[in-house]
Design a protein around this ligand. Structure first.
Ligand code: S3P
Ligand code: PEP
Length: 423
């Protein structure tokens, strides 16, 4: 069991921060490279516990991954290994997206996960992939799950939950199916798979109402991965709620399907600047958050939630430091993440002297509230660990985080950066 104490920040600091590369894009780049026609180059990928699971998976399939400094070269296999068990650790993205890929291969694959992942729902991918012709078995729609893949047919699918993992799972399956696949319904979620398919020669049509894929294989990828907005969010919050810091967060992905938090923050009167904006394959820029007297909105537009789903824990911390009362609903997906994030947040805030009311599908937060400090449990969820580390920095007495090192799944050097605030 790991634990760390985050004391309150006493002195002023001015820092340039480089956050790790985007986790979602790294997973997708590895998976797509492994079925491409040629060798791919992935620059600046994220090396973390979660992306290592995806590296292992593509290696199991027979791909070669040469890991260099800031560059991976992926050589797809001439033929796939078609019978293996695979351990997906804590990574929902690896599990759900790779299931689509595995379902398209004539083989027999079993995916296992850690205690948290083995509780997360898989029905959402089992339904469409089975409709495409995959044979999937498991108990209660949970891992371990066995996929017998191959001979998929394209489907016309109505997506019920705005989940990018489900959308991407179907999209990967569609590449090697017979006939077109159309996805309609809740397609407004992070669109990295759409962008990557379009940029690597896949036959894909994207519009406001549907995504349509005609089976085709990507040529090869040449991808530079920007900084992860979800990791930057902790330091954006720090810059907004602490008078003591001047931060510049460098080279962050600013894809609008990821920056829903900015739209909420703008309406709360948050001040931040974007510098050095450029449009690469995805938009990228430096973020300069400025201390702001923020006002809570009465409620939050539910259409923005898929565009900030992983930022909700840190946004709740910001709300607890802003003026007024917000009713934050439509967040039931948070109960299905690495832990039940609604419950984890409410319990932990209580332990550090902050009162947040729990709803079935969200929270009522009233601010500003002083953070006394105390001891919290991350419940082995990286986003909970990082949220309370930022809370520790602005608390009166500091916060001890139990099971803190789960940050390794997305942001392995997070606590090194925090320690740098005190040196
Ligand atoms: O597609 C992705 O890379 C992700 C999609 C989201 O999950 P859902 O698809 O379950 O919303 C997000 O929470 C997760 O961290 C990464
Ligand atoms: C939910 C997350 O990831 P995953 O679903 O890949 O475990 C996350 O990174 O917050």
């Amino acid at each position: 069991m790991s634990e760390i104490f985050i004391p309150p920040l006493k002195k002023r600091i001015k820092k340039e921060i480089n956050v790790p590369s985007d986790k979602s894009i790294t997973h997708r780049a590895l998976l797509l490279s492994s079925i491409s026609k040629g060798k791919s180059q992935i620059f600046n990928p994220l090396i973390s516990e979660d992306t290592k699971r995806t590296i292992n998976l593509v290696k199991e399939l027979g791909a070669k991954v040469d890991i260099g400094a800031n560059k991976w070269v992926v050589t797809p296999p001439k033929s796939f290994n078609v019978d293996f068990d695979f351990y997906s650790g804590n990574s929902g993205t690896t599990t759900r997206i790779s299931s689509g890929l595995l379902a398209s291969i004539d083989g027999h694959f079993t995916i296992l996960g850690d205690a948290s992942l083995s509780q997360r729902p898989m029905k959402r991918i089992i339904e469409p992939l089975s409709e495409m012709g995959a044979k999937i078995s498991c108990e209660n729609y949970k891992l371990p799950m066995t996929i017998i893949g191959g001979n998929l047919r394209g489907i016309d699918y109505w997506l019920k939950i705005p989940s990018a993992q489900v959308k991407s799972s179907i999209m990967f399956a569609a590449l090697r199916a017979t006939g077109k696949t159309t996805i309609r319904g809740a397609i407004n979620s992070r669109n990295h798979t759409e962008i990557m398919f379009k940029n690597s020669g896949v036959d894909i049509e994207i519009n406001d109402n549907y995504i349509e894929i005609t089976p085709s294989l990507p040529t090869s990828l040449n991808y530079r991965i920007p900084g992860d907005f979800s990791s930057a969010a902790y330091f954006i919050a720090m810059g907004l709620i602490s008078k003591k810091v001047d931060l510049i967060i460098k080279s962050v992905n600013l894809n609008k399907t990821r920056t829903g938090m900015f739209q909420v923050l703008e309406k709360m009167n948050a001040k931040f600047e974007i510098k050095n904006f450029k449009n690469d394959i995805e938009p990228i820029g430096d973020i300069v958050p400025v201390f702001s007297n923020m006002i809570n909105l009465k409620n939050i537009d539910e259409n923005l939630i898929p565009f900030m789903i992983d930022e909700i824990p840190i946004l709740v911390l910001i709300q607890s430091q802003s003026e007024g009362r917000v009713i934050f609903k439509n967040l039931s997906e948070l109960r299905r993440k690495e832990t039940d994030r609604i419950n984890a947040l409410v319990q932990n805030f209580e332990k550090i002297g902050v009162k947040i009311e729990e709803l079935n599908d969200g929270f009522i937060v009233e601010g500003p509230q002083e953070i006394k400090g105390g001891e919290i449990n991350s419940f082995n969820d990286h986003r909970i660990s990082m949220t309370f580390a930022i809370a520790g920095l602005i608390s009166k007495e500091g916060i001890k985080i139990k099971n803190s090192n789960c940050v390794d799944v997305s942001f392995p050097n997070f606590f090194e950066i925090i320690k740098g605030f005190f040196s």
